[in-house]
Design a protein around this ligand. Structure first.
Ligand SMILES: Cc1ncc(COP(=O)(O)O)c(C=O)c1O
Length: 485
């Protein structure tokens, strides 16, 4: 007889968990033999899910079969060693265990008593994150979906506190003269989007020129701030980037902190991609000044190898977050509770929140910071290896690299006209996608289109990088006719 809830019998549940475990284990087997991308046409993929709302359920084994066939066997192989596009970290296996357990206890980390252990664990994970990157002893923060959310949250806190004297949380921006935000030309688009969401508007975002290493030019920043002041704007916030998405450039963070201090501005750092590499002793000098930021965005789903989603906003104390977000509501009242309990809903926008800390906590407990640092170092060593290979090869041209783990390069094999090189590389991106053996995307660097490899997947090795260059060269042969036309 069917039970009067949605649960399986204990035996059935155990059996299905076993099947899940098999599917997961098999997904990780022979990764080096698997394609990075399966080029199914969009209508075909849409067709797999094109069905009416199922009125009656089906056998869970059949559902798992469908998931295996339509999801696992077709998934873009973000966990595999041939994924070089965007910023893809591959995930840790420990985090898979954590995600299953987090779903099991189904905690809501919006209120302490709904998630006691997960709340305290999240506070600890934020502290550990700060310890890793050197943001400082005094830290408060929240886990959120990713770098975009962390930057939006940081800029929200900045706006709400900077303009507290105008009572901005009640009055909104009405009546406040325009205020300006400063970031480099290489700033991530999520900062533009955040300013649009926050009602500040991208017209007030000053994109400051960069030097030959794609770092913000502090003299240009000072000139722009002076100009804006002269023209009646209120310089409000500097956004430094600790690892740009295009090349991994780290802005001169300490000088930016000086400028923010000099002009009484908020100082926010976008460290979504690169700040976790500050865990490496050798790289620490490049991050000097990071500890002076009023707010810091980082992403554990990037360089701490977590599965999506795991972003984080850090500030210096809990009161800052509380001032930015707290909203009294009768149904959330804590006046009858022990006030030492920290409720995340009073320190961030979300009320219901998933337990993102468990996977990070379990990863750090299992691997330890030392092993994580070794992996980050390995990624950087591999980046140097790839940059050297590119430079040595007559078929490739190195366009940009940095202290972190991104290489910008072009295929040039036997092509000498700039316009044809540009055409070849633009053509290569979709051709490589169709081919599917590796996954790489492109970007524009100082006006040139370049392939961009990001190497923060702990499963990459020197031979997988050799394979990537080999496949690019191979696919280039197929598209050379088109380029010649
Ligand atoms: C520098 C930087 N900032 C922000 C983001 C956005 O992060 P997310 O994709 O987690 O929203 C990225 C993503 O690559 C990034 O590299």
């Amino acid at each position: 007889m069917k039970s009067n809830n949605l649960d399986f019998t204990p035996d059935e549940f155990r059996r299905l968990l076993g099947r899940n475990a098999d599917l997961i284990e098999r997904y990780f087997s022979n990764q080096e033999e698997k394609k990075a991308y399966h080029a199914f046409p969009q209508p075909e993929v849409a067709g797999w899910f094109d069905e009416p709302l199922p009125e009656y359920g089906m056998d869970p084994d059949e559902v798992l079969d469908l998931v295996k066939e339509r999801v696992l066997e077709t998934a873009t192989n973000n966990v595999g060693p041939y994924m070089y596009a965007y910023v893809m970290a591959g995930g840790t296996q420990v985090s898979i265990l954590a995600e299953q357990l987090a779903a099991t206890v189904n905690q809501n980390v919006g209120k302490w008593h709904l998630a006691p252990a997960m709340t305290e664990m999240e506070k600890r994970v934020v502290q550990w994150g700060s310890d890793l990157v050197g943001y400082g002893e005094s830290v408060a923060g929240v886990l959120l979906s990713g770098g975009s959310a962390a930057n939006l949250a940081g800029l929200t806190v900045a706006r709400n506190l900077f303009f507290a004297k105008h009572n901005i949380r009640e009055k909104g921006l009405f009546g406040i003269p325009p205020f300006t935000v400063y970031a480099s030309q290489e700033v991530h688009s999520c900062v533009d989007k955040s300013l649009q969401v926050l009602g500040i508007g991208t017209r007030q975002l000053r994109k400051i020129a960069t030097d030959e290493h794609y770092r913000m030019d502090p003299d240009a920043l000072r000139d722009q701030v002076e100009k804006d002041k002269h023209e009646g704007f209120t310089p409000f916030c500097i956004v430094g980037t600790a690892g740009t998405v295009n090349t991994g450039a780290i802005d001169p963070l300490d000088i930016l902190a000086d400028i923010a201090e000099q002009y009484g501005m908020w100082y926010h750092i976008d460290g979504a991609y690169g700040v976790l590499a500050a865990a490496l002793e050798e790289l620490k000098p490049y991050y000097k000044g990071l500890e002076r930021a009023n707010s810091l965005a980082l992403d554990f789903h990037k360089w701490l190898y977590q599965p999506f989603e795991a972003g984080c906003l850090m500030v210096k104390d809990w009161e800052t977050l509380n001032q930015a977000y707290f909203k009294q509501a009768d149904y959330l009242d804590t006046s009858l509770e022990d006030q030492r309990r920290l409720d995340f809903n009073e320190h961030y926008f979300q009320l219901s929140r998933s337990a993102k800390a468990l996977k990070i906590w379990m990863s750090l407990k299992t691997y330890g910071a030392a092993r994580m640092r070794n992996m980050i170092q390995k990624d950087i060593d591999l980046t140097h290896y790839l940059a050297e290979k590119v430079q040595e090869s007559p078929d490739f041209e190195l366009i940009a690299t940095s202290h972190l783990a991104i290489v910008g390069f072009r295929y040039t094999g036997g092509i000498f006209e700039e316009e044809k090189i540009e055409r070849m590389n633009r053509r290569l991106v979709p051709a490589l996608e169709d081919d599917g053996r590796i996954f790489i995307t492109g970007t524009k660097l100082k006006g040139k289109f370049a392939l961009r490899a990001c190497l923060i997947n702990h499963r990459m090795q020197t031979h997988t990088l050799d394979y990537m260059l080999y496949v690019i060269g191979d696919v280039a042969q197929y598209v050379s006719d088109v380029v010649e036309e």
